[in-house]
Ligand binder design. Structure first.
Ligand code: G3H
Ligand code: ZN
Length: 288
């Protein structure tokens, strides 16, 4: 099976983006892996600290390996928004394939120092590190009563020169920038600042770029961002909402108590959303 480095390189060379889908339980894991298998698409399966604390580090690694073997499609397991060195170390040593250190709320120099340490450890294990230096606003939740523009403060967006310095000094492999890409689903579609993304790519021609906040982002912007060099798009809120709303409908509509029967529809609905994203990101068939 290809490594995370090899798949990122493939995405960069062939101009597609890997969907990075958050997984919080066996049902979302099934939905994501089944979508990947149906469309022959490599995927990133990811879990934040909260999601991993629920699932368990070793459990996530074992499940990922079992499903990967079963579907025969590369599944990269990523620690999403790892909060510190210890959290990344725990994931790396448990067998994760990729880690994302979120230093967005840290002082720049502290972030550089921590990211450098994470890169050293991750590279000793042969896995890539994603770094972040500007806090990407919002949260992976339903914000549909809020206007996204209230959180898209351009003064807080990524400065390309600083991004270049951050990457040069830390040696991170993937850079997550803040270009209007909020976390969460809002009243309006989110739009990205494409000219800023272009400038960031010009400063970082040899660094892979990720896009957080994939839910509810204008599809044309996503496609154009991939053309400009985005190789990973994170999606969480749309999956959470699909799961919860469908589960609620099923529970309201029946007295069924067999859990595996109740979960069938939520799994299918999450899978439908994941398949739509995989097609949008141009990843279908890339594991063929
Ligand atoms: O790290 C996870 C994501 O950036 C998800 O963002 O909830 O807007 O899809 P989202
Ligand atoms: Zn994110």
């Amino acid at each position: 099976m290809k490594t995370a480095f090899e798949i990122l390189k493939q995405a960069n060379d062939e101009h597609f983006a890997l969907g990075a889908f958050n997984c919080a339980n066996i049902e979302t894991l099934k939905a994501i892996t089944q979508a990947a298998a149906n469309l022959k698409a490599p995927v990133i399966l990811e879990a934040s600290d909260g999601e991993i604390n629920y699932m368990g580090y070793e459990q996530m690694v074992s499940l990922k390996r079992i499903y990967e073997k079963q579907v025969g499609i590369p599944i990269i397991l990523n620690l999403d928004h790892g909060k510190d060195f210890d959290s990344c170390k725990r994931a790396i040593e448990a067998g994760f394939d990729y880690v994302h250190l979120d230093g967005g709320k840290m002082e720049f120099e502290d972030n550089v120092a921590m990211a450098t340490e994470v890169v050293k450890l991750a590279h000793e294990h042969g896995i890539p590190v994603e770094g972040e230096m500007d806090h990407i606003e919002g949260s992976s939740a339903d914000h549909t009563t809020e206007d996204p523009k209230n959180l898209q403060n351009e003064k807080l967006f990524t400065d390309p020169d600083r991004a270049e310095e951050f990457v040069r000094r830390t040696g991170i492999d993937v850079f997550a920038s803040f270009i209007g890409n909020l976390h969460g689903l809002y009243a309006d579609q989110k739009h990205l600042k494409m000219d800023l993304l272009t400038k960031i790519k010009e400063k970082l021609p040899n660094t892979w770029l990720s896009l957080h906040g994939g839910s509810g982002t204008d599809s044309n912007d996503v496609v154009n961002a991939i053309k400009l060099g985005i190789v990973k798009v994170n999606v969480n809120s749309e999956l959470r909402i699909a799961f919860k709303m469908t589960l609620q409908e099923v529970l309201n509509a029946s007295d069924e108590i067999a859990v595996y029967k109740i979960m069938d529809k939520p799994i299918k609905e999450v899978q439908r959303v994941v398949e739509g994203k995989i097609k949008l990101f141009g990843t279908a068939g890339k594991a063929a």
